[in-house]
Write a protein that binds this ligand. Structure first.
Ligand SMILES: [Zn+2]
Length: 125
């Protein structure tokens, strides 16, 4: 497959995914706002629900950022280029993870480093 065609396909996929994530976020935020009246004996369950939703919102926001970063790099013509080594990221990898910013090799290396040294610091390349 040609890389340009692939990127165009990925862009559509990312736009759809962004749509879904935004929908979910809107829904979750509405839930968070509506659940203000808490019965004393339901308190624990309510709090648990809210914490679960808050965690989910954080995950989705994170995902949204990844999607938007990927869309921005498509606009700049830099999509699918590894941020670390500057080599094209494997198409198979992008297929699975459209918002990947590192090639397989760099990803593995970064993960290895992260495991070895905690707390992690941002990379200085
Ligand atoms: Zn790389």
């Amino acid at each position: 497959m040609l890389r340009d065609d692939f990127v165009e396909k990925e862009k559509q996929k990312l736009l759809e995914e962004r749509e879904q994530v935004l929908d979910e976020l809107t829904h979750l935020r509405e839930l968070m706002q509506s659940e203000v009246d808490v019965e004393p004996d339901e308190g624990d369950a309510e709090i648990f629900e809210r914490e679960k939703n808050a965690a989910l919102i954080a995950v989705l926001e994170n995902k949204l950022q990844g999607i938007e970063a990927a869309l921005r790099s498509i606009e700049k013509g830099q999509y699918g280029i590894c941020e670390r080594c500057g080599q094209p990221i494997e198409l198979e990898r992008l297929e699975v993870k459209p918002d990947a910013t590192l090639c397989v090799k760099c990803q593995q290396e970064v993960e290895r480093r992260n495991r070895r040294s905690r707390p992690t610091r941002p990379f200085e390349w």
